[in-house]
Write a protein that binds this ligand. Structure first.
Ligand code: ASP
Length: 385
């Protein structure tokens, strides 16, 4: 039976329902028609409420993921000009409408910076924000962080070492800007959310996802300046991949106990000194004079140094500076050792293991918040291999 309803709000603000119930239009009395109209309106409202309720229920059933945006190329426009622009977290999501079908996303604009501008103070604040959010929201499946790729590995490793919650933190970004051609940001963000909501990701710590590849924060390095496949874990390999059908894990990362940064207001100064042919000890001496509590040396090969640099390292050790020796080779290890010379209590250098020097710096900064005993710091480095 055809039925037409019209709603009219008159000048005095009264709502008038008009309707035609085709078969009875002529015969029915005015009050019958009004009643039928009201029933129709109630039915429509009820229908609308059912639709809303089922949409809300569907939304509730979707895994919940929190997205924290910090900036980087993924949030940049006009990147290769001197008039670069930025987009915010809402626009990042708008570029990936399909995300809506896989997760219910809450967002936070933590910063909008190139990652070269991210400092150790940002690490502390970001780690706390993530930890607080996970604590306050038990319903969250995980957290995604968007970040510039240049120093992503350092921020990701810091988060890996400090966020205690077993739920995954996934750090992603893009090698191509938001308004580029063949951009990778939307696919990376989509896959990062897939990974963050995947039950297999629980307990694997902070991971980095770009170009469909999943890396342990500890192992990953940016290894190319522009290509979308810039990220690699040269020594240990990837953790898994984001295949179109499912998230695949090849292995579980090595994870030592986390650092509690609850009482840490500032991270101690730790610098990196690079070894090269003919290098003297000026850089090491200057870092000591500037107040470094620790120095990581990017040695040649398996931690080699020039003679003058070795002397500068001895001077630093005698002043109580913790010296960690890594390699500039990009892959391979420098044995950790015991932190003191054999048969004496004199401090010795500590090997970085297979941690790249920028990661060894992060670990040393955190280790120094606990102790300045080289023996104990050597034990911490050994535990993180
Ligand atoms: N310069 C950018 C950054 O690290 C590079 C990137 O995000 O890819 O913020």
């Amino acid at each position: 039976m055809a039925y037409t309803l019209s709603v009219l709000i008159d000048a005095s603000g009264r709502i008038n329902f008009g309707h035609t119930y085709a078969r009875y239009a002529k015969a029915a009395s005015h009050s019958d028609r009004t009643r039928a109209g009201h029933i129709q309106v109630i039915a429509r409202i009820a229908g609308w409420l059912v639709v809303c309720a089922s949409a809300a229920a569907a939304q509730q059933q979707k895994p919940r993921v929190h997205l924290v945006a910090t900036g980087g190329t993924i949030a940049s426009t006009n990147y290769y000009s001197d008039q670069g622009g930025k987009i915010g977290v809402a626009d990042l999501l708008r570029a990936v409408p399909a995300i809506d079908s896989i997760a219910s996303i809450s967002t936070e604009q933590f910063a909008n910076l190139a990652s070269s501008m991210i400092t150790p103070s940002h690490w502390l604040a970001l780690s706390r924000t993530i930890a607080d959010t996970l604590r306050a929201r038990p319903e969250l499946a995980g957290v995604v962080v968007t970040h510039g790729t240049d120093t992503m590995e350092e921020t990701a490793y810091f988060l890996d070492l400090t966020v205690q919650d077993a739920r995954p933190v996934v750090v992603t970004g893009a090698m191509r800007p938001a308004d580029g051609i063949g951009i990778d940001g939307p696919a990376n963000l989509y896959n990062a959310v897939r990974l963050a909501r995947d039950s297999g990701a629980v307990g694997r710590g902070t991971m980095v996802l770009l170009n469909d590849e999943i890396f342990a924060a500890r192992d990953v390095m940016k290894s190319n300046t522009v290509r979308p496949d810039a990220f690699a874990a040269p020594y240990r390999g990837a953790l898994g991949v984001a295949d179109p059908e499912r998230i695949v894990f090849h292995r579980t990362p090595v994870r030592a106990p986390r650092f509690d940064i609850g009482a840490v207001r500032e991270l101690p100064r730790v610098d990196i000194a690079y070894v090269y042919s003919g290098a003297d000890g000026s850089a090491v001496d200057a870092f000591v004079a500037a107040g470094a509590k620790g120095i990581v040396v990017a040695g040649v090969g398996r931690g080699g140094m020039t003679g003058p640099m070795r002397e500068a390292v001895s001077r630093a050790l005698n002043k109580g500076v913790i010296m960690v020796i890594g390699s500039r080779a990009g892959s391979g290890s420098v044995p950790v050792g015991a932190g003191v010379r054999r048969g004496s209590d004199a401090p010795a250098t500590i090997g970085a293991g297979d941690l790249p020097v920028q990661k060894a710096r992060v670990l040393l900064m955190l280790a120094l918040t606990r102790t300045s005993d080289p023996r104990e710091i050597a034990r911490i480095f050994a535990a993180h291999q």
